[in-house]
Design a protein around this ligand. Structure first.
Ligand code: NDP
Length: 494
């Protein structure tokens, strides 16, 4: 990509995107992006922006807003459709960058993520005509109607685990609704987001989309505080989300929050055979090193099938190929950073210290050999876990599944709901009554029965309890998150 000049050491030096220009930070400072595939290997030096850069970007977005909102919605949509085509043409470049910076395996994760970004732009590109209002029946003497109006400058703050897909979930609906955007990618994974911005640049007027790079404190905080930001859409940790919400409260700015999870998988005895194994693995997002907000990381296994199912699960996971994310043969790559690696292995160590805990597969990562060269953790399943242990309560955000036995339906639903999270859930049974009873009783924004898929665009997506506020990735999400209704009432007998 042209945004990244390469020097003799093959380190990329992209710039950030403000007001339609590719710029350094005001201070000229940069930060390093490493690849998790090899400890300490720097792959890019990226501008380290600060509050002044945020201010420049927000002002550029604010200046671009009046002209952008005046573009007819279907014409805004057409531009998104062109972006979708260009993303599709560049899927392989995006996938390589994603795999390099995030550690996500190219075949199973990075390429599918890049393809999904095209789907998201295409979906929202077709929604321009849905920004409809209503007429209100006040009587023959009046015409009263509502308009869906954009909010203004949207601050979009995204994490590193699926960086361009989550960026697209915010950019595409915000833009088609007539808002302008300032986006902050995670300092762990800014490169593919900048490449996506490069693709968008060819189709959008200057200032409509801006990307400011830097740390959470130096960029995220001033962005959340900026007086010209009219809406914040944040995806990340629950605690960071609360901090953003506090900032927004000071200015009464609306906020969409997509936060953490500790999602349950409830497996009934009739589903305790090998056919369910692949689904449980998919729901746990092992192929993304478990680094997914919707990871079904608490497996409630019925006691009658507990040992047999765990044997089958361990057998399948032992065949998983873990290694270089750029190698097409690998199923699973590396944990995103040294900091996350320490956190994940800390949880494994803590879980394994508990009385009776048993790793049926995986465990602490190898100390030597090729996997020790990067931040690799093998798929890990810990059995005989009690619901009150830390590994069963806290979001690990790593490839660590805990298995908890159960025997009473009401009891397992209670255990599944005994968490402050409520993002996703998975129910495994061929008994439709049990499946739907359980799906309705679980506190979660999204319950899947007999499948463990990722989000498909069009389904309203978001969490309950401390997993978030609001819905996105859908028509309803676009209307609720990125427009506001205005009522206009006309007296016809004046
Ligand atoms: P963080 O909350 O650490 O970071 C998210 C984003 O916020 C990053 O861009 C980060 O910047 C930025 N940030 C950090 N501190 C602040 C601050 N004080 N003010 C404003 N912005 C800030 O989350 P992670 O990136 O580690 O992502 C993992 C978390 O995201 C998990 O909890 C996961 O469950 C959740 N998540 C939720 C999803 C959902 O749809 N519900 C989807 C995907 C992930 P920087 O990284 O540069 O510090």
């Amino acid at each position: 990509m042209a945004i990244a000049e390469r020097d003799g050491t093959d380190v990329r030096r992209p710039r950030m995107f403000i007001g339609g220009e590719w710029v350094e930070s005001g201070t000229g400072k940069t930060f390093s992006v490493d690849t998790p595939a090899k400890r300490g290997k720097v792959v890019a030096e990226v501008p380290r922006g600060n509050a002044e850069d945020v201010d420049r970007a927000v002002r550029a977005a604010h200046a671009a807003f009046p002209a952008w909102r005046a573009v007819a919605p279907r014409d805004r949509g057409r531009l998104l459709l062109r972006i979708a085509e260009d993303v599709e043409a560049q899927v392989d470049d995006l996938a390589r960058t994603l795999a390099t910076e995030t550690g996500n395996a190219i075949r199973t994760q990075a390429r599918p993520e890049a393809k999904s970004v095209a789907d998201v732009f295409r979906y929202f590109g077709g929604l321009g005509g849905e920004l409809k209002g209503e007429t209100i029946p006040l009587g023959e003497a009046y015409l009263s109607y509502t308009r869906r109006e954009p909010l203004g400058v949207v601050a979009a703050i995204v994490p590193w685990n699926v960086p361009i897909l989550i960026a697209a979930w915010k950019i595409a609906p915000a833009l088609v609704a007539g808002n302008t955007v300032v986006l902050k990618p995670s300092a762990n994974a800014p490169l593919a987001v900048l490449e996506l911005a490069k693709i968008c640049e060819a189709h959008l007027p200057k200032g409509v989309l801006n990307v400011v790079t830097g740390t959470g404190e130096e960029i995220g905080t001033p962005l959340a505080e900026h007086p010209l930001v009219a809406k914040i859409s944040f995806t990340g940790h629950t605690e960071t989300g609360k901090a953003v919400l506090r900032k927004a409260a000071d200015r009464l700015v609306p906020v969409t929050l997509e936060l953490g999870g500790k999602s349950p998988q409830i497996l009934f005895p009739d589903a305790g055979d090998e056919r369910t194994v692949d689904g449980v693995i998919a729901a746990m997002r092992f192929a993304r090193q478990g680094q997914s907000c919707t990871a079904g990381s608490r497996l409630f296994l019925h006691a009658t099938v507990y040992d047999k199912f765990l044997d089958a699960l361990a057998g399948k996971l032992a065949t998983f190929k873990v290694g270089d994310p750029l190698d097409e043969a690998n199923d699973m790559g590396a944990i995103v950073s040294g900091q996350q690696f320490e956190k994940v292995t800390g949880y494994i160590g803590d879980g394994m210290k508990q009385q009776g805990a048993r790793a049926v597969v995986g465990g602490m990562p190898p100390k030597d050999g090729p996997l020790a060269e990067g931040y690799y953790v093998e798929p890990t399943v810990i059995a005989n876990v009690r619901p009150d242990w830390r590994v069963a309560r806290e979001e690990i955000f790593g490839p660590v599944l805990v298995a908890i036995p159960w025997s009473d339906e009401a009891d397992v639903v209670r255990l599944a709901n005994e968490t402050h999270y409520g993002l996703a859930a998975y129910v495994w049974t061929r008994d439709i009554g049990k499946a739907l009873r359980t799906a309705h009783a679980i506190d979660a924004g999204w319950v899947q029965v007999n499948q463990g898929l990722g989000q498909l665009v069009g389904q309203p997506y978001g969490g309950v309890k401390q997993s978030g506020i609001g819905r996105e990735n859908s028509l309803e999400g676009m209307l609720e998150s990125y427009t506001q209704r205005k009522s206009v009432t006309v007296n016809l007998i004046f």
